[in-house]
Design a protein around this ligand. Structure first.
Ligand code: COA
Length: 375
């Protein structure tokens, strides 16, 4: 018998905006901009003082990442070569904010699966790689919007924001501070992408996921008991976004590219594969469970090749598509939501008693894992 936190994931739900953005249209617009830039700088390119920009291809994107499409709030702005920023008009203070709307849409689905009503929610932890404002806390807005009462807190931990939000909910429920906690992850990623950066313009997609965490003794059959959790941070600037409230204070750099997502993709790949495999392996070893006993790995969805290598290191062989399911192809990298979306879409078929492991890895570097068992 393994130790347990006495808590369980009793429901989960996913939502994404309806607008689909394919690789071909993304590259077409990007390449119009590249050609225009190169024409505008033709003399400097000839003089060797300006490096000609290179075009982006759908073939590269699919091969390097496994991504074929993504969903976004708005593509008119992204596909306009004069703009290349999504058009997301500011909302008034008395309107539901965008990230709260993302969160509520997923939360309603998670609550329905848990057979709970919004008024039962007594805690919201909102975790996302980027937060749209500093205060009031978006989690408190979500708590209000679903009709709950209690407390809420926003956290940002790069690609481990979602697993940390679930961990914090589990710990609060374990301590008796909450009975019906909601971990919500509204990843409106299109706002922080540099759509003019060939290396990263294809990586992310917008989506939202939510889970309900409750005491094990009131979880309905088919829930997922949280046996244990593990977290780790190892500082790295290889994935970084310097956007923040100090942006306007250096007027010379207010709109610099480093105020958006940027990364050293190759270095991230090389660092994170062994780091994540070791981290997950140590979590399983501490629980006395072999990787072969895990029926399903719900891994962070950054890159298909990366996920496959991590699972291979753990299992000693190639994982099947059901052992380590991917949601990347359709949804792209949904920042911290990926592993939880994989869980939400691929958990219904496992028999009672099955073990599963949810794990995230990314910016920070931050890592998080939860060992689960179906009730
Ligand atoms: N279209 C066409 N070619 C492209 C391209 C694009 N959009 N972007 C890069 N290339 C080219 C490069 O110019 C390079 O060619 P060259 O050697 O002739 O110059 C080649 O493809 C390889 O570039 P590289 O940047 O080394 O790509 P990669 O194979 O490392 O793949 C990532 C890029 C981002 C997919 C990969 O590094 C990765 O997945 N890293 C993990 C990190 C991650 O995903 N983090 C997300 C946040 S958690």
């Amino acid at each position: 018998m393994h130790k347990t936190t006495g808590t369980a994931i009793t429901g989960s739900g996913v939502w994404h905006p309806p607008t689909l953005l394919g690789n071909a249209e993304l590259c077409d617009a990007f390449n119009i901009w590249v050609r225009r830039e190169n024409e505008a700088h033709a003399a400097e390119i000839a003089a060797g003082t300006f490096t000609a920009l290179r075009e982006s291809t759908p073939e590269f994107i699919e091969k390097a990442s496994g991504i074929t499409q993504r969903y976004v709030v708005d593509k008119t702005g992204i596909l306009d070569p004069d703009r290349m920023i999504p058009n997301i008009p500011d909302r008034k203070d008395d309107e539901l904010s965008y990230q709260a709307e993302f969160a509520v849409n997923a939360a309603r689905r998670a609550l329905a699966e848990a057979q709970r009503e919004g008024k039962e929610v007594d805690m919201v932890v909102l975790g996302a790689a980027n937060l749209q404002r500093l205060y009031p806390s978006i989690a408190i807005e979500v708590l209000d919007a679903v009709g709950g009462a209690g407390f809420g807190v926003d956290i940002a931990l790069g690609c481990s924001s979602a697993t940390m939000a679930i961990t914090m909910c589990s710990e609060a429920v374990q301590l008796g501070k909450a009975k019906c906690a909601l971990a919500v992850t509204p990843e409106l990623t299109s706002g922080f992408i540099n759509w003019r950066d060939r290396d990263s313009h294809f990586i992310f997609g917008d989506a939202s996921v939510a889970v309900v965490v409750e005491p094990l003794d009131r979880a309905r059959p088919g829930s997922y008991e949280i046996l244990s959790t593990r977290s780790m941070g190892k500082f790295s600037s290889n994935i970084r976004n310097n956007g923040g409230y100090l942006n306007r204070c250096d007027p010379t750099r207010q709109f610099a590219d480093d105020k958006l997502f940027y990364q050293q993709g190759r270095r991230v790949f090389k660092d994170v594969v062994p780091l994540a495999a070791k981290f997950i392996g140590e979590h399983l070893a501490a629980e006395g469970i072999g990787a072969a006993q895990i029926a399903r790995f719900w891994l962070h969805q950054a890159n298909e090749n990366m996920n496959s290598l991590i699972a291979q290191r753990l299992l000693g062989r190639e994982p099947s598509s059901l052992e380590a399911p991917l949601i990347l192809s359709d949804l792209a990298n949904t920042a911290s939501a990926g592993s939880v979306i994989a869980f939400s879409k691929y958990h219904d078929d496992l028999p009672a008693g099955s073990y599963g492991l949810m794990a995230s890895f990314g910016a920070g570097y931050s890592l998080g894992s939860l060992l689960l068992r179906r009730t």
